[in-house]
Design a protein around this ligand. Structure first.
Ligand SMILES: Nc1ncnc2c1ncn2[C@@H]1O[C@H](COP(=O)(O)OP(=O)(O)OP(=O)(O)O)[C@@H](O)[C@H]1O
Ligand SMILES: [Mg+2]
Length: 263
């Protein structure tokens, strides 16, 4: 683990390569009643890439990723995940797809009445329908080790700090080996040092498992550490796209304002 005061360089810009696209969104629209939340959302997430989405509250960031997992259906546009049209999938096919996608919900809750171990076994026994206890234990220990929390295996969520709970939540989504991770505000409510640890963990998981991720955040340090590419969302559209270094110097004042927040 890096020391807290060690300066972390933003990610290096990588040359454009022909990478596999895991999520392809084109012209997505979504309204609730008369309110149009998504006006025109288009992006490609490439394999192994971290995209960070910035945007003020209520702009449709969470709605966008809820469309990706089929929890919400777009009114118009094209949305393909692993080359499949999400809107055309039946319930069984959606279930299959969701097994490949880890979703760390905004405020992502653990089951408070279960130990960490039981929280982690849950997706294995209920979703993957695994029965072999040895295999289950091995997976639980492996994933807790990956998030640095093997010691907490028999603790209750109430005995853990906010940062530790976030990490257990992360472990619970990772345990089914997702190819895509959707992080909705992974560092909100955490102190700066713990936030940084979570951001670095996101990068480690990206490297270790070649996971492709969408990271929604208001935390610019998290954006700086994790982003290969940043999208800025405003009123249901992306108004800017680029690396941290590029957008920091954007001509658009609204875009720049995210980068000049007091921290
Ligand atoms: N299931 C729903 N039914 C009706 N309206 C919804 C639903 N989900 C979201 N909305 C509305 O869509 C808008 C965008 O919501 P969303 O949760 O995507 O915002 P956000 O960008 O994630 O904001 P925040 O940064 O506060 O999390 C809000 O006005 C919200 O009230
Ligand atoms: Mg949200």
């Amino acid at each position: 683990m890096k020391k807290a005061d060690e300066h972390i360089e933003p990610k290096k810009e990588t040359p454009e390569t022909k990478q596999e696209v895991v999520i392809h969104a084109k012209g997505i629209k979504k309204s609730f009643g008369k309110k149009q939340v998504l006006k025109n959302i288009s992006f490609d997430l490439k394999k192994g890439e971290n995209i960070v989405v910035l945007g003020k509250s209520g702009q449709g960031k969470s709605v966008t990723i809820q469309c990706v997992v089929g929890m919400l259906t777009p009114d118009a546009g094209k949305l393909e995940v692993f080359g499949e049209d999400v809107t055309a999938l039946n319930d069984d096919e959606l279930k299959q797809l969701r097994m490949k996608i880890g979703f760390l919900f905004q405020g992502g809750a653990l089951y408070d009445s279960m130990t960490v171990r039981d929280n982690l076994e849950f997706p294995l026994t209920r979703v993957l329908k695994l029965k072999d206890q040895k295999e289950i234990t091995k997976k639980v220990e492996g994933v807790l080790d990956a998030v640095g929390l093997l010691d907490a295996i028999d603790k209750m969520p109430s005995d853990l700090s906010g940062g530790m709970r976030k990490r257990v939540g992360l472990a619970r989504t990772l345990i089914v080996n997702p190819e895509i991770m959707l992080y909705d505000e992974p560092t909100t409510g955490l102190d700066p040092i713990t936030s940084r640890e979570i951001s670095e963990l996101i990068n480690r998981l990206q490297r270790k498992y070649e996971i492709s991720s969408i990271i929604i955040t208001h935390d610019m340090e998290c954006a700086r550490i994790t982003a290969d590419r940043i999208l800025v969302m405003n009123e249901g559209e992306y108004i800017a796209e680029g690396s941290y270094k590029e957008l920091e110097k954007s001509d658009n004042e609204m875009v720049r304002s995210f980068f000049n927040q007091p921290s």
